[in-house]
Design a protein around this ligand. Sequence first.
Ligand code: UD1
Length: 429
Amino acid sequence: MDRIRIVGGRRLEGTIPISGAKNATLPLMIASLLTEDTLILDNVPRLADVVLLQRILGNHGVDVMVSGKRAGETADHGQTLHISAARIVDTTAPYELVSRMRASFWVLAPLVARMGQARVSMPGGCAIGTRPVDLLIMAIERLGARIEIDGGYVVATAPKGLRGGEICFPKITVGGTHTALMAAALADGSTVIENAAREPEIVDVADCLNKMGARISGAGTSRIIIEGVARLGGARHSVLPDRIETGTYAMAVAMAGGDILLQHARPELLQAALDVLGGTGVSVTATNAGIRVARNGGDLRPVEVATAPFPAFPTDLQAQLMALMTRAHGTSHIVETVFENRFMHVQELARLGARIQLDGERATIEGVERLKGAQVMATDLRASVSLVIAALAAEGETIVNRVYHLDRGFERLEEKLGRCGAAIERLTG
Ligand code: UD1
């Protein structure tokens, strides 16, 4: 298993290109199931989750062609995928595949919408709380599908197709909103989604569906209206930049010190996080090329932050902010309101010398003078990158074990940081 070795104490200077968003790419790829025509996606990041989803879609009969690099392009350009679900050969998504990536459960909606049936394994347990799928199932039921649970599988049937309806989410859910959007796009009649998630990735998916011929309005607000259409066609769409990758590198610079341009990043996608960073004393400037983040000496000020759905501070940046606050001058509080148990990184940060106390959903972080390198273990995607951030400021050598979690969501992380002066390398095998 690969590991990452980091020697802390180097400043970061230069440019980090921000990739296309993982959390938009996955639902966009899944949306290809809604049409027999080809969906072309540009700016797709090179990530393990994307490769795994190609395999999962392949199982349903979907062809995915990855365009090679064009002349003059480097790995900094995203890939282009040509995805064709001309013929769906299997409407079952088996346990072996769904259990490896939760978001693959989302195939349920387009399969039942287009084929009238789907059989999708319930996702397995997950390191960050229970993460149920009850609201995703509720959304499809509201559009007329019959649902049965059979041997660990959700079996959805709608032999005469789905029909529009009203879906009111009691809790904001990103996956539930994606599910509702995809199902309603091909339903007969109109659908209203109340208390919809407002994440930028929802807007990106809705934009792409509209290019495919869907009639969706209100994406980005908590009330989305969809006029169902009989069929969708092909389209070409470029994935929006990854706001979580952006925020992660912004915190890395804040931690290590230095001056970095986060190229292609868009401030409006993570304003709450940038405001928090600004409050710590880090300089954050929007430019035409992206976002510039700089810290030249000076103490980091502590923060009071609660995670919540967009536009508030994202749960996917909670671990990274916590890593940063281990070196603040004073005591910070971070409340995690989206996922229970999303504090797996705390005990690993403690191995580097961090002082963090947990009380239910609230973490108290007492800033320390110095962190010291150690062996640590990545437990999930965002937790593992928080260890990298801490290691950038730790004295001596840190080895992050189990980095396959990082490869699921961060493209060439060690290369992007290494080019800016970090002492970081991958140890293979
Ligand atoms: C997505 C993101 C993930 C991010 C999360 C919250 C992708 C691929 N993943 O995950 O990175 O951390 O949004 O921003 O886009 N819930 C239920 N019942 C359900 C569904 C969800 O109770 O049926 C709860 C969850 O347990 C959680 C909350 O709703 O407490 C939000 O989860 P949700 O927004 O659905 O997260 P995901 O879509 O799985």
